[in-house]
Design a protein around this ligand. Structure first.
Ligand code: FMN
Ligand code: SF4
Length: 410
């Protein structure tokens, strides 16, 4: 039995069928984790999550327990904020979870709130998939006035604009209080001073779904199974959200997405969405595991984007550089100029064929911009260009726009 329940084609959420009902969720052991948590002290809950080794699924892979402890150590009131912005191109897992397994997310929210001592939880939902937020609200309504409903924090679902930078946790907190979604420099971390100046844990939707599974099935089960959701998109035949285990090979995920579309071949893969460096076509045997990916110079993120030879790695890399130049929030001048210069250099490189000297120029421009912005957007843009440039020398020129969202969104 799938523990996270979000397997499905990436398509209109309606076409995936209705959300799992309370009856069906309870039938597969749902809310047993919450019942267990209610009989535990908050630190005991956090210790289970720590033992399981749950790390954040919003992209940074930060240990959930460490963040919870930091918030719990600061005087309340405390808040839990659920990051359902999912603005990362190619990522669909969070909207699927909210829409299809809302009780699993709700249970994680209740458990995390108890662990950190939060009486209010705010769910930030991207308006592109407002229906997913409505499914969460309906699931909370299904609990009626049961004892489980009493264990939920006060829940507020906020449907907000689709702005890429608003997914960054401090920008998201700013948006929630009606300010422009601009990141702030850390420290202070949200767990110290977040929503309304109070300690706030910001967790990704999938992270909280993992928490429910840990409390229900135990840390040993979790460590053994290492469940995870992968969105596999880009130039594949059937973009999918797949529930699998850490350590699965990239090749196996690619075949679950029907292989590369129209008989094309892989030019490169982004195993961590737009945010982490490229893998080459010769690395498909690699295990999707944080350690193996780090050794290969990249990492695990919110989505896996496959680029075919017809599109070409060059046009994809140039389009991604242009994406960052468009999405910078403009707070740091160096990010505005840096992302623009990187985008221009990548585009020029692709247009003229990236000769080794030009590739070196892109790499050194990227190196100049590493670790320079308030948030990691500039660093990400630089790392992306830095990893693409040497690969482009051999891949050469391809034109065309890059659109990883291969199918309709909802
Ligand atoms: C530019 C940018 C965009 C981000 N977008 C998202 C997003 O859409 N969803 C998300 O969960 N985290 C996103 N993050 C990461 C969040 O800042 C934060 O690390 C995450 O919500 C923490 O939850 P976790 O510890 O459960 O992963 C983004 C970060 C950056 C720098
Ligand atoms: S690094 Fe870029 S996106 Fe991040 S705060 Fe600075 S200007 Fe905004």
């Amino acid at each position: 039995m799938s523990e996270l329940l979000a397997v499905g084609r990436i398509t209109d959420l309606d076409a995936l069928g209705p959300a799992e009902t309370l009856e069906s969720y309870v039938g597969r052991g749902g809310y047993e984790g919450l019942r267990r948590a209610l009989s535990m002290e908050p630190e005991q809950i956090t210790a289970q999550v720590d033992q399981a080794g749950v790390v954040g699924r919003g992209g940074a892979g930060f240990p959930a327990a460490a963040k919870w402890r930091m918030a719990a150590a600061n005087p309340g009131p405390r808040y839990l904020v659920v990051n359902g912005a999912e603005g990362e191109p190619g990522s669909y897992k969070d909207r699927h979870l909210m829409a299809r397994a809302p009780h699993q997310v709700l249970e994680g929210i209740a458990i995390a709130s108890r662990a950190i001592g939060a009486t209010t939880a705010v769910v930030y939902v991207n308006r592109l998939f407002a229906k997913a937020g409505a499914a969460l609200e309906a699931a909370a309504g299904e609990l009626g006035s049961s004892d489980l409903a009493k264990a939920l924090p006060k829940l507020s679902v906020r449907v907000e604009h689709h702005v890429y930078i608003a997914g960054e946790e401090t920008a998201l907190l700013a948006a929630l209080i009606g300010r422009p979604p601009w990141p702030w420099p850390k420290p202070p971390y949200p767990a110290e001073r977040g929503l309304y100046g109070s300690p706030t844990v910001v967790n990704n939707v999938e992270t909280l779904a993992h928490v429910s599974a840990v409390l229900r099935l135990g840390p040993a089960w979790y460590q053994n199974q290492r469940p995870i959701l992968f969105s596999v998109t880009g130039d594949v035949s059937t973009p999918v959200v797949v529930e699998s285990s850490l350590g699965v090979s990239l090749e196996s995920l690619l075949s679950q997405a029907g292989g590369v579309m129209r008989g094309d071949e892989v030019a490169g893969v982004l195993p961590g969405g737009y945010s982490l460096p490229w893998l080459g076509a010769d690395q498909l045997g690699l295990a999707m595991d944080p350690v193996a990916l780090a050794e290969a110079g990249t990492g695990l993120g919110a989505s896996i984007i496959v680029v075919g030879r017809r599109r070409g790695l060059g046009s994809a890399a140039a389009a991604i550089a242009a994406f960052f130049a468009r999405e910078t929030c403009g707070t740091c001048p160096i990010c505005v100029t840096g992302t623009a210069r990187l985008a221009e250099a990548m585009a020029a490189g692709v247009d003229s064929g990236l000769v080794p000297e030009r590739a070196e120029a892109v790499e050194s421009l990227a190196a100049e911009h590493r670790h320079r912005g308030i948030c990691t957007l500039l660093d990400t843009a630089a790392a992306m260009a830095q990893s693409a440039a040497p690969r482009l020398v051999s891949h050469g020129r391809r034109a065309g726009a890059f659109t990883p969202m291969a199918t309709k969104q909802s």
